[in-house]
Design a protein around this ligand. Structure first.
Ligand SMILES: NC(=O)c1ccc[n+]([C@@H]2O[C@H](COP(=O)([O-])OP(=O)(O)OC[C@H]3O[C@@H](n4cnc5c(N)ncnc54)[C@H](O)[C@@H]3O)[C@@H](O)[C@H]2O)c1
Ligand SMILES: *[C@@H]1O[C@H](CO)[C@@H](O)[C@H](O)[C@H]1NC(C)=O
Ligand SMILES: *[C@@H]1O[C@H](CO)[C@@H](O)[C@H](O)[C@H]1NC(C)=O
Ligand SMILES: *[C@@H]1O[C@H](CO)[C@@H](O)[C@H](O)[C@H]1NC(C)=O
Length: 333
């Protein structure tokens, strides 16, 4: 059997982690023959809760799970780490200004980035989930200069999966019959879910999503707003934010980094924009269509983009530029 890999999850006492840990520990992400040491990082007041999570993981009796280490210290949490899933962040509190929230998150992701830089393996793969995910990811990467910035990504796979499912339900096919949807930009209501390049499999042939759906008005209107507003709709109904579906998306994202995407398919994730794809300004973490091979992602370039799409891609980029600039001011303070 392989040597165990070390995986840290931050925000490990929270609700996403509660749905996520079981899937990781039973081999859904890193493979059915890959032993795992799980490190659970949270803040000091949550340590008693973490103890409960550790007990439950033990009680699952999972053969791949070699050790579970609960901690509130980054130097323990990030030591020799192979994969880091950064879920914990500062939530918005009643009456909190947007700027103050961003400032608190910059402080968290600066600390965690610096700890990754100092203690993690240089090949570590870092996935940022805690919001604002794109900007937190950029801050963590900038605070870890010795780790390639390509090894940082942020989660838009939940939005991607939501878009796949909406199209699948509309076409009356299973969700795996839909491929190559794209989420562009920020993980927020300005994201642009784009199906101009998506394919739907109907009775063994793959057809353009627009041709199968046969309802351009729906695709350009209610489809986009449903995906953009889905997080808010779940909160309204559940009185809690998406957790089960977020955990599933985290698994999909990390498994694709580990094992690669399927031939001829691309998925969406927030990655470093170097300034030469689709007019997206450089030095942002922006969600693009990517293919992954040998643990390396590549932006799918050269897709034809119409004016409708370009305007939406530019708008979500502008939002990210503004947030980055404010965050970088805090980082340098
Ligand atoms: N990118 C996405 O698609 C996506 C989807 C869903 C949720 N989210 C975000 O994921 C985050 C977690 O969601 P949740 O529902 O699990 O929240 P939660 O409040 O249930 O859990 C968050 C946990 O993070 C911990 N935490 C806070 N600061 C920390 C720090 N500095 N170090 C370690 N742990 C820390 C908290 O103590 C808490 O246990 C939120 O920011 C949420 O907005 C992102
Ligand atoms: C969806 O497909 C199933 C099985 O092929 C079929 O029974 C059902 O009538 C279809 N529904 C619609 C709305 O087309
Ligand atoms: C980008 O998306 C995140 C996550 O939803 C959100 O918190 C943030 O406010 C958005 N950025 C801007 C500038 O609106
Ligand atoms: C991460 O960095 C390593 C070099 O340390 C590199 O080999 C690998 O391809 C990078 N991963 C990604 C996803 O780009």
């Amino acid at each position: 059997m392989a040597e165990p890999i070390r995986v840290v999850i931050t925000g490990a006492a929270g609700q996403i982690a509660y749905s996520l840990l079981y899937s990781i520990a039973k081999g859904d992400v890193f493979g059915k023959d890959q032993p795992i040491v799980l490190i659970l990082l949270d803040i000091p007041p949550m340590l008693p809760v973490l103890d409960g999570v550790v007990m439950e993981l033990q009680d699952c009796a999972l053969p791949l799970l070699r050790e579970v280490i609960p901690t509130d210290k980054v130097e323990v949490g990030f030591k020799d780490i192979d994969a880091a899933i950064l879920v914990g962040s500062m939530p918005r509190k009643e009456g909190m200004e947007r700027k103050d929230l961003l400032k608190a998150n910059v402080a968290i992701f600066k600390t965690q980035g610096a700890a990754l830089d100092k203690y993690a393996k240089k090949t570590v793969k870092v996935l940022v989930v805690g919001n604002p995910a794109n900007t937190n990811c950029l801050i963590a990467s900038k605070s870890a200069p010795s780790i390639p910035k390509e090894n940082f990504s942020c989660l838009t796979r939940l939005d991607h999966n939501r878009a796949c499912s909406q199209v699948a339900m509309r076409c009356n096919v299973s969700s795996d019959a839909v491929k190559n949807v794209i989420i562009w930009g920020n993980h927020s209501s300005t994201q642009y879910p784009d199906v101009h390049h998506a394919k739907v499999k109907v009775q063994d042939s793959e057809l353009p999503a627009y041709d199968v759906v046969k309802d351009d008005a729906w695709l350009r209107g209610p489809f986009i707003s449903t995906v953009q507003q889905r997080g808010a709709a779940v909160i309204k109904a559940r009185k809690l934010s998406s957790a089960m579906s977020a955990a599933k998306a985290i698994c999909d994202h990390m498994r694709d980094i580990w094992f690669g995407t399927k031939e001829g398919e691309f998925i969406s994730m927030g990655v470093y924009a170097a300034g030469n794809s689709y007019g997206v300004p450089q030095d942002l973490m922006y969600s693009f269509p990517v293919c992954i091979k040998n643990k390396m992602w590549k932006i799918v370039d050269g897709l034809p983009i119409n004016d409708f799409s370009q305007a939406k891609m530019d708008a979500t980029a502008a939002e990210l530029v503004e947030e980055r600039d404010t965050a970088l001011d805090f980082l340098s303070q």
